[in-house]
Design a protein around this ligand. Structure first.
Ligand code: NAD
Length: 311
């Protein structure tokens, strides 16, 4: 067990996951929410999930499920929640006005040492921290859903963030078993979504131009590129696909550039193509089956992350 305390603000899906991740190595975690039932539910869910992970032999860390759960508590007072914490992970809804108003409130109650880390997927840290007295303590730690099984965390400082805070955050994330990457500066979409959007845009064009069906496009990723990418990134993939990267460039850079010249401008995801994609996706997975399919996905990711650890 550790003496140090971590505050979680917002106890929805992501707040619950962070609580379990930080408790896995024995941090004292206090979760806060504006709605008491959300806190009660987060505690109930965390207890049930830790128990079930333990039964399946998938629990993180060396502490038992009961010991890990004993590290997590709820609190309905935000001041009490942040008091004495060295790290705060904000997990409230993705709405800039709501975030700004919380950060204003935090600005009045935090000390000068706590790292204030946001889970936001889309907002750059300067967008909600610029007006704060404590803006040098704010950064983004963007997780990937579901964070307990997909370890990447993108750490994004603003231009005001003290240089030691991304470094300390990276160390904390590694300690709890996540895989942090630190961006040198903020950029729209960070890295993961920039890459994801580039893929989505090209998929859109291939569908819109009638070249592949939705199902077959997904197969290109899940049965092809994605199988490699679960183990190697695109850069190391190139390195292995030739006699090193220089040889890859010598062999393929002209072709890559030529094909890339045929890419179309950034599409807008709307209109008849949007309707067609929705129809095909709903044939593959009806809306009433989404929850079942999400459970299946989480199970696959659990097995994959277990396998990656064992490799
Ligand atoms: P959620 O809607 O499940 O939970 C948000 C919680 O915040 C709710 O319990 C709500 O009651 C609470 N809340 C609202 N206002 C609050 C306030 N002022 N103070 C304290 N609590 C407040 O949302 P989520 O899916 O857990 O997402 C949280 C954050 O994580 C968002 O910024 C989101 O972009 C980011 N994120 C989500 C995912 C994902 O896939 N869900 C992935 C990565 C990052």
């Amino acid at each position: 067990f550790k003496d140090r305390k971590i505050a979680i603000i917002g106890s929805g899906l992501i707040g619950q996951s962070w609580a379990m991740i930080f408790a896995s190595v024995g941090y004292k975690v206090t979760i806060y929410d504006i709605l008491q039932p959300q806190i009660d539910n987060a505690l109930k869910q965390a207890e049930a999930q830790l128990k079930s992970l333990s039964e399946k032999g998938l629990l993180r860390g060396k502490l038992s499920a009961d010991q890990q759960f004993s590290c997590i508590s709820g609190c309905t007072d935000i001041k009490e929640t942040v008091k004495g914490a060295f790290f705060l992970q904000e997990c409230i809804p993705e709405n800039l006005e709501i975030k700004k108003s919380l950060y204003k409130q935090l600005d009045e109650i935090v000390d000068d040492n706590i790292i204030i880390s946001s889970s936001t997927s889309t907002f750059m840290p300067s967008q909600f921290s610029s007006d704060m007295k404590h803006r040098s303590q704010v950064l983004v730690s963007h997780p990937v859903n579901p964070p307990y099984y997909v370890p990447l965390v993108e750490i994004v400082p603003s231009e005001h963030t003290k240089t030691e805070f991304p470094i300390a955050t990276r160390a904390l994330m590694s300690e709890v078993g996540q895989k942090p990457v630190v961006l040198t500066r903020e950029i729209e979409g960070f890295a993961l979504n920039r890459i994801q959007y580039a893929i989505l845009n090209e998929c859109w064009h291939l569908i819109a131009d009638g070249i592949l069906s939705v199902k077959d496009i997904d197969s290109v990723m899940s049965d092809g590129l994605g199988m490699r990418y679960a183990f190697l990134g695109p850069m190391e993939t190139t390195h292995l696909n030739a006699e090193g990267f220089l040889s890859y460039c010598e062999r393929y850079s002209k072709t890559i550039n030529g094909v890339s010249q045929t890419f179309k401008p950034v599409p807008k995801m709307e209109g008849p193509v949007m309707e067609k994609v929705a129809k095909e996706l709903e044939e593959m997975c009806p809306l009433e089956d989404l929850e079942k399919r999400r459970k299946w996905r989480d199970n696959c990711l659990t097995l994959l992350s277990q396998m990656k650890k064992d490799l």
